[in-house]
Design a binder for this molecule. Structure first.
Ligand code: FCA
Length: 327
């Protein structure tokens, strides 16, 4: 009897030891398309918190193009990682990423931008966490409409810059969500101008928006929408550069990370009126944790998680961030 007890005890200890040794062996990659963007910095920060909490290793890799994504995946395979999370620089790389992950025997989850098949349909057989793009876009549109009304503007005299990145489905859903609310409230379709950006950063949005403003120099009041804060900041910077006053501009972004915060911290209000804050904590911490559970405990993550956003303005963004637990 004593022998059996001892054997059971020894077995338990061995199992425990094996589990904790396993946590230290877990290696997870987190690949992002634009490592310099504050949103992705925050995502990494929260993923790091999950790694610290569970004791696994997180390998953060910036991959701005397809080639870098491919070599990042091979690199993770060679390092003995068991899985990775990716926000790809181009959703059309989808089938290639899936094949590379399989070749390296790596579990795959996507974040923010969902991979697509050759025909443009979403690849839906791996777990994905994105934002509720249309709904969040609608919140942007509503904030703009409310402010137009508050300022007593005549919509016929207002132009809308649609900073666009139409090769990315979530970007289309976001801007179209915003514009649908504008149109439903009487904003003339003819006053909406497309400003296609070459990259999803401020500089590209500034260049694209400047062209729109120069072509429509007769319009003196502007609103701006885009897929993220950087896009809207680019449009706002463009209005400044052509001499349009801050109180003649209403830009509402999506994100709520450092880019927006820096703008709100400026002593005088700019045309960057607000942002719908989304949660890098959910997209970083939760995806990393879900991947860990999948690897360590065979608990497969939910196939599709779409997170919410919350509007914040210059005077309440700190409170909103606190509420979302993303200080
Ligand atoms: C896309 C955008 C990012 C961020 C993320 C949630 O990847 O490019 O700026 O908005 O979705």
């Amino acid at each position: 009897m004593r022998f059996i007890k001892a054997a059971i005890l020894a077995g338990t200890v061995a199992v425990l030891a094996a589990t904790s040794a396993f946590a230290a062996d877990v290696k997870i990659g987190f690949i992002v398309k634009q490592p310099e963007e504050p949103w992705f910095q925050d995502e990494w920060k929260f993923a790091d918190a999950a790694a610290k909490e569970k004791g696994f290793t997180l390998v953060k890799i910036g991959a701005e193009d397809g080639e870098k994504v491919q070599s990042a995946i091979d690199n993770l395979g060679a390092q003995g990682a068991q899985g990775f999370i990716v926000c790809t620089p181009d959703v059309k790389l989808g089938p290639g990423i899936v094949a590379k992950a399989a070749a390296n025997d790596l579990k795959l989850m996507t974040v923010d931008d969902r991979l697509v098949n050759a025909d443009g349909s979403p690849i839906d057989d791996m777990p994905h966490m994105g934002i509720s793009a249309t709904k969040i876009g609608e919140a942007v549109g509503q904030a703009i409409v409310d402010e137009i009304k508050k300022r007593g503007w005549d919509m016929k005299e207002v132009g809308a810059i649609r900073v666009s990145y139409d090769q990315l489905p979530t970007a289309v859903d976001r801007v179209e969500g915003a514009l649908s609310v504008l149109k439903a409230n009487g904003f003339p379709e003819a006053n909406i101008f497309d400003a296609p950006q070459a990259k999803t950063d401020t500089e590209a949005a500034l260049n694209a928006s400047t062209i729109v403003l120069n072509k429509n120099a007769g319009i003196k009041k502007w609103v701006a929408v885009g897929l993220n804060d950087e896009a809207v900041l680019g449009a706002v910077r463009a209005t400044e550069s052509v001499g349009i006053a801050a109180d003649s501009v209403i830009g509402v972004g999506i994100g709520g990370a450092e880019s927006a915060i820096n703008e709100f911290k400026k002593p005088a209000a700019t045309g960057f009126f607000g942002t719908v804050i989304i949660s890098p904590k959910r997209h970083g911490y939760e995806t990393a944790l879900n991947m860990y559970e999948w690897i360590a405990n065979e608990k497969e993550p939910e196939k599709l998680i779409l997170t919410a956003g919350q509007l914040a303005l210059r005077d309440n963004y700190e409170a909103v961030r606190k509420e979302l637990g993303i200080e």
